[in-house]
Structure formats: C-alpha cells, structure tokens
Write a protein that binds this ligand. Structure first.
Ligand code: ASP
Length: 336
C-alpha cells in the first residue's frame, strides 16, 4: 500500500511539472523527515523586516515547543513594533484614521481562527488564536471581535503612534483617496512599506502552523478587509501537503484564493516555488497589465521541508530560519 502510494506520488510529480510547463523547480530544503520520527524545525516569513520574528519563533520550536506557540510569539514581534507600519501597533490607519487589524492563525489539524477589522488591540494574532481555541467560530469581525478580545482578558490601547498620525495627516492633506497607492509605489522605486507578516513553521514533531497579521492597505476604506484574515487567501495549511501564506494587494490575492491554490498545486506534485508561481499566475492571467503595477508575493513549505517563493514583480523578499541557516534572507523570483 505504502509503496504504491509512493510510486503514484513520484510519477505524478514528474509528469506534473511537464504538463504545466513550470519555468524552474525549487530545491530549497531545510527539514529532514526521518520516516516521520523527527523533524528539524524551521520558520519562514514574508519580508526582511520579519527576521526577528523568525528568531523568536525558532527559539521556541528548537527547544521542542509547540508550533502554534512559536508562530504566535513570532508574529507578536512586528505587532509590537511601532516602526512596522503594516502590522499591529504603529500600523497605518484607514482613511478615517482608525487602525483596523486583520489576523488569522491555523494549526496542524486545519483548525482556523481569525479576527477582522479589530480595533485597539495590539496582538490580533493572539485574539485569532483565542477564536481558534476558545470559540465555536472561525471569523469574528469588528465590534464583536473587540468584545470577544476584552472578554478574554485583552486590554484596549491606542495603536496610533506619532509617526502613523503624521503619515495619516500628510495623506489627508494630499486629498488622494487611492488605497492602491502603496503597492504601486513599488514600481516607482520607492521603499515598499508593506511588511505584513505571513509566517509558517514546522516543529520537531512535524506539526505545521501558520499565521498572518496585517493592518491592511494604508488609508484603506473604512471596513475594508484584505486577504490576510481569510482562510485560503492569506493563509492555508494542509499538513498532508504543506502550507502557504503571502503579502501584497489583498483584493487580488483573495479573488484567486491564492494560498489554497498554492497548497493544492503542491498536492499535485509541484515544488513550493512552482506552486507559488501558480498562485502568482492566477493573478497575472486575470489582467497582466494591471498585475505589472501591483505586488503579491507568496511563501510556501511542503511537509518534506522544502520551501519556495514567487512574486508578481521584483522586490518581494522573505526570511528563513533553522539550526544551520539562521536568519537567511532570500529575494523571491518574480513573474515580471
Ligand atoms: N495583504 C495585505 C492586505 O491586502 C497587505 C499586505 O500584505 O501588505 O491587507
């Protein structure tokens, strides 16, 4: 039975790449699965800025900790960082001046918790974990999410900083109400100020977990929800196959359920990089001219510990961390 499954898997893998004509294959790998007995833990996150988050997460799993503890503590790093303008405290507000946070978390069993448009609570990822573990629900939004958080011991605090307040005031003074302006800045050679964290990890027992946390697009419409808290869009995990997460223009990521596409593409035998490329391709093929002026980048891991990434335009990077390759920064290959 096992042999037959292995045979089917490997023969499908080689025909899959030929059929879909993938540009290149990824051989990045950090984990050894010793026939299911032990795993070398690893962490991968979107964006260079999340290197410290990876270190914190890795510290937990390297000591035998549970993957979701590592993920939660890792993601709390940028959520606390006032200099990170895309996540948690210091995240840029919506156009009315409110910081509204989106976050989700998923475990090795496929359980999922998410908060949407959460205000005045810094650690949205921790509230999402409470939704996963202590509610009967998957999504909690807005006022209800805040009430749930307060009922679970979280404390309200001001999430605007002096910097985010002045950035918002400058933006209001310009009178430009284009919420897509940030991704477009990539094409104008400006520093990308979206450091939304999507983190995936595997612990020593081979348990896979992931989370995504974001303040969403800067100066977005009030009530706007991105891909980050939506299952299959900003994050998806199927422990039998692998996991995917991403960052970028949430509207386009959500339209193609990109993280789900990536995991399902790996299920059919693609490498993580090939699968991320398929996620990007789904966006590009809808409107290639538009895709050239936006950004979306994905990272993925499979259960063998191979990892990969792909983005629409150059500029997307990600960090990996394991015992032998600490804080490694990679530039993702891109479609254009
Ligand atoms: N994906 C996030 C959103 O659209 C933003 C980002 O990744 O920078 O809300």
């Amino acid at each position: 039975m096992l042999k037959r499954r292995t045979f089917l898997k490997s023969s499908f893998l080689s025909t899959f790449a030929l059929t879909l004509g993938f540009k290149k294959s990824c051989t990045n790998s950090m984990i050894t699965d010793n026939e299911g007995d032990s795993f070398t833990p690893m962490v991968i996150s979107t964006w260079e800025a999340n290197e410290l988050a990876n270190r914190v997460a890795f510290e937990i799993i390297s000591k035998g900790g549970y993957v979701l503890d590592a993920i939660e503590m890792g993601v709390r790093v940028p959520e606390s960082d006032p200099k990170d303008t895309s996540v948690g405290y210091g995240g840029l507000p919506d156009r009315e001046g409110y910081v509204t946070l989106d976050a989700c978390i998923m475990n090795e069993l496929g359980d999922f918790g998410s908060v949407i448009c959460l205000e005045r609570i810094k650690h949205a990822v921790s509230v999402a974990r409470k939704v996963l573990e202590e509610s009967h629900h998957v999504y909690l939004a807005g006022k209800g999410a805040l009430e749930f958080a307060l009922g679970h011991g979280f404390e309200e605090e001001e999430l605007m900083t002096a910097n985010s307040t002045s950035a918002w005031q400058e933006w209001v003074a310009k009178g430009s109400y284009d919420p897509m302006m940030t991704p477009r800045s990539l094409m104008e050679g400006m520093k990308d100020n979206h450091d939304t964290i999507g983190m995936l990890a595997i612990d020593q027992k081979g348990r896979m977990g992931g989370a995504c946390s974001s303040s969403g697009l800067a100066f977005k419409h009030r009530g706007r929800v991105g891909d980050s808290p939506i299952i299959g869009s900003g994050l998806f995990i199927d422990s039998e196959v692998g996991a995917a997460t991403g960052s970028g223009l949430g509207e386009e990521i959500a339209k193609v359920c990109a993280s789900h596409v990536i995991v399902e593409t790996m299920r059919r035998g693609a490498s993580p990089e090939e699968a991320c490329m398929e996620g990007v391709k789904r966006i590009v093929k809808r409107d290639a001219d538009y895709a050239k002026v936006i950004q979306a980048g994905f990272v993925a891991i499979n259960k063998k510990g191979e990892y990969g990434s792909f983005s629409i335009v150059p500029g997307f990077n990600y960090c990996t961390h394991n015992a032998t390759e600490q804080a490694r920064l990679h530039n993702a290959p891109s479609w254009f």
